[in-house]
Structure formats: C-alpha cells, structure tokens
Design a protein around this ligand. Structure first.
Ligand SMILES: NC(=O)c1ccc[n+]([C@@H]2O[C@H](COP(=O)([O-])OP(=O)(O)OC[C@H]3O[C@@H](n4cnc5c(N)ncnc54)[C@H](O)[C@@H]3O)[C@@H](O)[C@H]2O)c1
Length: 312
C-alpha cells in the first residue's frame, strides 16, 4: 500500500507502467541517492552512478536508509521497499547512461565538474535522452553551453530529503526545447512532486531565498549577535521553520551552501550574497555538516549534539 508523502499533496503513482523506462542518476551522494530512491519507488528502472565503487555503494546504503525512514513513518510497505531496492543497479562511470531515457545529474555544485559530466553524457546518450541537472544554483544555460545540442538539457531541482519534500523546481535553459520542459514536468509529476517553474537565473527562486537566510544566520553568529542555539531557536519558534538555519546548513552540506553563495555572488555581484567567512573557514577545515560528522553541530551516530559555537 502506498500513501501520500507527509509534505506532498500527491500520492506517488503506482509503480506498474514504467519498468522499462530507465533513469540514470549521475552522482550517488546526498541528493543522487534520494533521487534514485524516489525514481525506484515510482517504478522506474534506476542506474545509480558514482566515480568509485565505494562511493556508489555508499549511495546505495544511503538510498536504503531513505527507504527505511519511509517504512518507519508508515509511508511504505516492506514489499514496496524490497521492490524499489530491486529496481536499482549500481555503476561506476557514465558509459551505461546509454541505456537510459532520462538522466539526472547530481554531481558536486561546481560548473566545471557539471560541464564535463554533461559533455560525456551527451556523447554517451542518444538525441532523445533528456539530460537534467539537479543543480541548486548554476544557470542551466552555462552548464549546457558547451554541448552540441543544449536543447535537451533542463534543470530539475529536487529538495532534501527527496522522499519527504513535495517540491520540484523546473528550470529551462535558454536553448531548452519546450518538449523537453514538458517531459521534465511529466517526469517530476510521475514521482508525485509538485512543480514550479523558474527563469534561468543563479539560484532560481528557492536557492536564492534560502542562501540569504542561511548566510545571514552565519553572519549573526560571526558578529556575536546571538549564539548558534538561540539563532536556530529564533528561526524555528519565531518563523515556524521546521529546522534552524544551522541545522539546515549542516543537512544541506556546508560545501554545497558555500558553492551556492559563490555562484550567486558571481552571478549578481550583490554584497548580500557575500559568503560569511565563518562558513568558508568551516569548509576549508573539512567541517561540511552531517556528511563529515561536524559542521555547525557535531554528529555522533546521526544525532545532533551541541558543541561550542564554531565562531569561538
Ligand atoms: N545538499 C542539498 O541539500 C541539495 C539540495 C538540492 C540540490 N542539491 C544539488 O545537488 C547536487 C549534488 O549535491 P549533494 O548534496 O548530493 O552533493 P554530495 O557531495 O553529497 O554528492 C555529490 C556526489 O557526486 C559524486 N561525483 C563527483 N564527481 C562526479 C562526477 N564527475 N560524476 C559523477 N559523480 C560525481 C561525488 O563522489 C558525490 O558522491 C549539487 O548540484 C547540489 O547543489 C543539493
């Protein structure tokens, strides 16, 4: 039995009609593993890829944990969980993207990395394969600019954690064909997501808003306005946010948050996007949030436990 996701208005449609449509997910990190889980739940055949076997296997473990979370929340039956796991195969490198009708790239938020991935994906896939990027902030036009056919590249921006978040932001690049945008809409809806569209400007709608919110919290911690815990409590209790900005930044990944701010700064040259030095220092010292075990908080076996403010 499948029930609607907590935050989502739609049910994930029954996974019966698309077992032969393969989705290739490039990058098996936080987002790639979640996107792969969502596609498998909706009945797609999924290939989950990373650059080493160890990283691909870590992605599969994270995918299984995401499904287990849904099982615990009563959103998924044990048999649906098993069936979803059975639809996922792992691979290293992009060569087997040739088997896919849909590719979703979830590699790190660096323009040069994504451009290289898309150049190889274009060479490996047929002209009908939709090439989507899960970028949070990079213009789709820039990612696609070095391709022979930039018309088949589109932004499909999922939210974290993918299985629990209802929204998908769809971003056509300057050259994206209308048919590809329609295909992206249909794909997102087939996963039970609600779609919004944004013009192709850095950070689109959601990341532009979120980056300022997280960065301002970091600046307030940096200049001593309040403690980490008081700032998190203020956002949660004052604005009814489900997580404080530091909890959320740790979940997103501080490296990803910093890359996003740098993209916004590059794109707009507006001082409001200047990354707080505290964020940069944390990233440079390897404190990336939950994924490294330490960010604004430290994490022992998955639980957030307060440490001293990183500003001190
Ligand atoms: N973290 C979030 O909350 C969030 C939310 C929405 C969108 N995004 C976007 O999703 C993308 C991925 O972010 P993430 O948080 O999953 O990052 P991540 O660091 O957790 O995962 C990235 C994965 O890509 C792999 N990778 C590196 N180079 C690669 C290559 N050349 N080809 C294929 N894979 C490669 C890495 O090994 C890693 O496993 C970014 O564009 C990010 O902006 C992130």
């Amino acid at each position: 039995m499948r029930t609607a996701q907590a935050a989502g208005p739609r049910e994930t449609p029954e996974p019966t009609d698309r077992p032969r449509t393969r989705v290739f997910v490039a990058g098996a990190g936080l987002m790639g593993s979640g996107i792969a889980a969502q596609c498998a739940l909706a009945g797609y055949a999924v290939t989950l890829e990373d650059v080493t076997p160890e990283l691909a296997e870590a992605g599969q473990r994270s995918l299984a944990r995401a499904l287990d979370g849904q099982l615990r929340r009563g959103k998924l039956s044990p048999s649906d969980r098993q069936a979803a796991l059975g639809r996922v195969e792992l691979t290293v490198g992009l060569s087997s993207a040739s088997k896919a009708a849909i590719v979703v790239e979830a590699a790190p938020e660096k323009l040069e990395v994504k451009r290289a991935v898309f150049r190889e994906l274009e060479a490996r896939t047929g002209p009908e394969t939709m090439l989507a990027s899960n970028t949070s902030s990079l213009p789709i036009t820039s990612i696609a600019s070095s391709l022979k056919d930039p018309g088949r590249v589109v932004g499909i921006h999922f939210f974290n954690p993918v299985l629990q978040m209802a929204l998908v932001e769809i971003v056509p690049g300057h050259e994206t064909r209308a048919a590809v945008v329609a295909q992206a809409d249909e794909f997102a809806r087939s996963l039970g997501k609600t779609v919004v569209h944004s013009r192709d400007t850095p950070g689109f709608v959601t990341t532009r808003a979120l980056a300022v919110l997280l960065n301002e919290a970091a600046w307030m911690l940096h200049d001593g306005t309040a403690t980490r815990d008081d700032i998190d409590a203020a956002y949660k209790l004052g604005f009814h946010h489900p997580m404080g900005p530091f909890e959320l930044a740790d979940l997103v990944g501080l490296d990803t948050a910093l890359s996003i701010l740098d993209v916004l700064w590059e794109g707009f040259h507006d001082a409001k996007y200047r990354a707080c030095p505290l964020l940069r220092t944390l990233v440079e010292s390897g404190k990336l949030g939950r994924k490294s075990g330490q960010g604004f908080y430290s994490y022992g076996k998955g639980a957030a436990s307060p440490t001293g403010d990183p500003s001190t």
